[in-house]
Ligand binder design. Structure first.
Ligand code: SAM
Length: 236
């Protein structure tokens, strides 16, 4: 399988093709394995302050928008909730939309979910998820298909970790959830109170099921968010 990584050098965009193995090596080269987050049970390849890329000019980054290299506050609390509520996930089929580094999917595998699809439209994220899943000896299937807007999701549980990061995406997901039908039966969202989420009309259809303080590393990376919550979608 080939993945495409966009490489920016001297502000000029060059398209580079890497084999999956090369992408994984590049991820390993530019990240460190970290457990400094809310779910230390899970080891993750992340770009941290100890990595050269953290301190480098964006033009030298071999990846375009490597969201997968960070473990976002919404994902951290969602994964914590999963690890703390094993019985809700055991034996279930789960789709994790915008899986990023894959931690939330990995949490599902650790609590014995039956089948987990880690979905992210960024092919490099899927490579990173495979690396992280292997690192934690878990079983996760990756998919880079854009599922947003589609119907008939064959799963029991849909997970959305920190997916309400801008207004357009928030509206797109909100409209989608309104038309998604009765399957999946359980939709869970992790969010630290992002602007486009906290004032959205969709909030009337959500019930808060958990709130967690964020660890210092996450607070310093995320503009002062100090806690984040898990919400369950409950349309009337
Ligand atoms: C803010 S990150 C959250 C990652 C992870 N859930 C977490 O909380 O750590 C958002 C992720 O959503 C992915 N994404 C954006 N639009 C998407 C879509 N339509 N379908 C699937 N993934 C998408 C991005 O590539 C990115 O990895």
């Amino acid at each position: 399988m080939k993945v495409i990584l966009k490489c920016t050098r001297n502000s000029k965009q060059i398209l580079k093709r890497f084999h999956s193995k090369d992408a994984k090596n590049l991820i390993k080269q530019h990240t460190e394995i970290s457990r400094d987050h809310l779910t230390p049970e899970i080891a993750l390849h992340l770009i941290t302050q100890n990595c050269q890329l953290w301190h480098s000019h964006p033009d030298t980054c071999p990846f375009i928008d490597p969201f997968w290299a960070f473990y976002w506050p919404g994902g951290q609390v969602l994964s914590r909730y999963i690890l703390d509520n094993k019985e809700l996930f055991e034996g279930k089929t789960v789709i994790d939309i915008g899986a990023g580094c894959g931690a939330t999917s990995i949490a599902c595998s650790l609590v014995d979910a039956h089948h987990i699809i880690a979905n992210d439209i960024d092919n490099v994220a899927c490579e990173c998820i495979e690396l992280n899943s292997e690192l934690n000896k878990t079983s996760v299937t990756t998919s880079a298909v854009n599922l947003l807007g589609g119907n008939d999701l064959e799963c029991d549980i849909l997970l959305l970790g920190d997916m309400f990061y801008d207004e357009i995406t928030t509206n797109t997901i909100s409209d989608w959830l309104d038309h998604i039908g009765s399957c999946p039966t359980n939709i869970l969202i992790g969010d630290p109170g992002r602007h486009s989420f906290k004032n959205h009309p969709m909030k009337n259809k959500l019930e808060k099921v958990g709130t967690y303080d964020l660890p210092a590393s996450c607070v310093s990376e995320n503009n002062g968010f100090t806690y984040a919550s898990v919400w369950q979608y409950r349309p009337s």
